[in-house]
Design a protein around this ligand. Structure first.
Ligand code: FEO
Ligand code: CA
Ligand code: CA
Ligand code: CA
Length: 617
């Protein structure tokens, strides 16, 4: 049979108008349910979630974390109605977490005790939770042996070129083989061998060096004055038994790195692999994929006998897009490996990291980050760095030297299952005063989605811009995709293709002229169906903008992020992060009554069709 190269999916719902409610909005014929909100116990070591904010740190270590973000559904026994959700917990609202609430974080540092710091640490990380469909409603499987938490304190293994180097030596791990915890888990990925990837994004803010910062700490933005939540600095408790907290202060204090925590931050900034199907497997930080503010991680179209490619964006203004190419070539037998840890070691510990350079006329090149890679100054990276480990530790600093293209905040990537084209969100960059070919708008408040096809070798690609965010009211120089009230958006962030070729686009903090019309949202489009008479893929323009449809709008104050779909395409899971005053009930579309204040809870929302059919078509 002929291999199809374009999707035949046709979106069969009416684009919904914007919404500004303490409730979610879905198209006619759909329903939305709240699932596993922050604080939901995973097992009976945790007490039920307490609306007063008085749950303990121990409760929090055995319950859903806060601020749900990236997510994936791993079926059990190939079922569409029974599986494991892996869910990231990016950060916290102190106000809602502690009894001070209920209203959303005012930005004040509200914790006052060791117990409360432990609760904050335990509210970060990743949850693995078994969920099952009963009738038309999903529910958590309480006490399932695979239900599990990874927190900002969980012991994890280091793997790849940085493992066992002096860069990772600490008093906790004198041989540089382990670290404690994962931080600021934003976007996600998954692997062809059935594991979850969680991505450490804004981790530098959790560390402070009050002495002389290293060049690498300056480049990535470790603070010289204070950490985000003050975990390092609980007044009166400098006791070394509390190194669970003082480790976040990376100022050198002892004679050697192995005797203090100067290297503690070096254990963060990675793609972290989690095996959801193995109850006791440790999480592994894959250092070969580079160290920066990883937003997400997506693998390219798989081909037997070819390397696996992973794409990851560095989400900060003027940062870069990276890809990792494995040394090992894909063996389809590894889709069901007898040992997932061994598969991860095989494909993620050895390979080459590249950074993207976008050129005129839709051409691009991947610049390798290795010891003998040429720099724009006429030398090689080996002139500046003494090992591959040193390059990877300061990935962004190395990328500066080879001439990568500074982008408008790279967020998620996703790969069209029909064409293999890679799509990536560039969420916004209000500081851009100088355009480049791939980031053409100055003061880019609204963001865009770029895409590329790999060339025949590993080092070239061709690219174009697929879609520009904009208010409908903006002039044609800004509203380059011709968006209307029915599909205007800003700040694209979460991005996911499903296997039917539908691309789902989620938003985070739309700029003013969009937020006055609608809360953050999720839209859908079928890119591979948009071809011209020559079979060339089309970008979104005024002539075809109606292909982009708004499917979902979140409650006030939230960001819409994280995407998973059941294997039968009948349940879509998305996450609501940092809502203002929601959820009011288990029905996600129920509005919080005016005048009432609820303690806000990040949550997964499951969307189903009332007639039980496939979502979207
Ligand atoms: Fe946590 Fe880049 O979004
Ligand atoms: Ca994000
Ligand atoms: Ca974002
Ligand atoms: Ca966020």
């Amino acid at each position: 049979p002929e291999v199809p190269n374009r999707s035949t999916a046709v979106l069969n719902f009416d684009s919904i108008p914007g919404s500004l409610l303490d409730a979610v909005a879905v198209p006619a014929g759909y329903s939305a349910q709240v699932l596993v909100p922050w604080g939901t116990p995973l097992n009976n070591k945790a007490s039920a979630w307490d609306n007063t904010g008085n749950n303990s740190a121990e409760d929090q270590a055995n319950a859903m974390g806060m601020h749900h973000d990236g997510m994936h559904f791993f079926p059990l026994n190939d079922a569409a109605d029974d599986g494991l959700l892996c869910i990231n917990h990016e950060y916290i609202d102190s106000n809602a977490l502690h009894p001070h609430g209920p209203s959303k974080d005012s930005g004040t540092n509200l914790r006052t005790s060791v117990e409360e710091i432990r609760k904050e640490i335990n509210a970060h990380g990743v949850s693995v939770v078994r969920v099952k469909l009963n009738g038309n409603q999903w529910a958590i499987v309480d006490n399932d042996p695979l239900n599990r938490r990874f927190t900002a304190a969980t012991v994890m293994d280091m793997a790849g070129p940085l493992a066992y180097t002096s860069y990772l030596e600490t008093r906790f791990s004198p041989d540089g083989s382990q670290t404690r915890g994962t931080l600021n888990n934003c976007g996600n990925g998954y692997t062809p061998w059935g594991t979850y990837l969680t991505c450490e994004e804004n981790w530098p803010g959790y560390f402070v060096n009050k002495g002389t910062k290293t060049e690498e700490q300056n480049r990535i933005g470790v603070s010289g004055s204070a950490t985000r939540y003050g975990w390092d600095d609980l007044a009166g408790d400098a006791d070394e038994r509390l190194d669970e907290f003082t480790r976040f202060n990376v100022t050198p204090t002892a004679a050697s790195a192995a005797a203090d925590y100067r290297n503690e931050a070096n254990g963060f900034g990675y793609i972290v692999e989690i095996d959801p199907y193995s109850q006791n497997a440790r999480a592994v930080k894959r250092t070969a994929l580079g160290r920066f503010r990883h937003e997400g991680c997506a693998f390219g179209k798989l081909e037997e006998g070819k390397p696996i490619v992973f794409y990851s964006g560095h989400d900060s203004k003027f940062e870069y897009i990276y890809k990792f190419v494995s040394d090992a070539v894909w063996d389809p037998a590894d889709a069901n490996p007898s040992n997932r840890r061994v598969a991860g070691d095989k494909y993620m510990d050895h390979g080459t990291l590249y950074v993207a350079k976008f050129s005129e006329d839709g051409a691009g090149s991947w610049l390798p980050l290795t010891m003998n890679s040429p720099t724009t100054g006429g030398g090689v990276l080996g002139d500046t760095f003494d090992s591959l480990a040193a390059i990877l530790l300061n990935t962004a600093g190395a990328a500066d030297l080879v001439g990568a293209t500074p982008m408008d905040r790279p967020e998620w990537a996703s790969i069209d299952p029909f064409t293999g084209t890679v799509y990536m969100t560039l969420t916004n960059n209000s500081s851009r005063t100088e355009a480049n070919v791939a980031n053409p708008r100055l003061n880019n408040y609204f963001g865009h989605i770029i895409r590329w096809d790999e060339g025949s070798d590993m080092t070239s690609f061709s690219w174009d811009i697929f879609l520009f965010g904009s208010p409908a009211s903006a002039d044609a120089d800004t509203n380059l995709s011709g968006l209307t009230d029915l599909n205007m958006f800003a700040s694209p962030d979460g991005l996911a293709f499903d296997e039917r070729g539908i691309l789902w686009v989620q938003t985070d903090n739309g700029a003013a002229d969009v937020t006055s019309y609608t809360n953050d949202q999720m839209l859908a489009i079928v890119p591979s169906a948009m071809v011209d008479s020559q079979g060339q893929q089309q970008a979104v323009t005024g002539a075809n903008q109606s292909q982009l449809k708004r499917f979902f709008v979140g409650p006030n104050g939230c960001e819409v992020t994280g995407f998973a779909i059941s294997p039968d395409y009948k349940s879509v899971f998305i996450n609501i992060q940092h809502p203002d005053n929601w959820p009011y009930s288990d029905n996600a579309t129920t509005e919080t009554p005016s005048g009432q204040t609820v303690r806000p809870r990040a949550a997964t929302v499951v969307i189903r069709r009332n007639d039980g059919g496939e979502i979207g078509i």
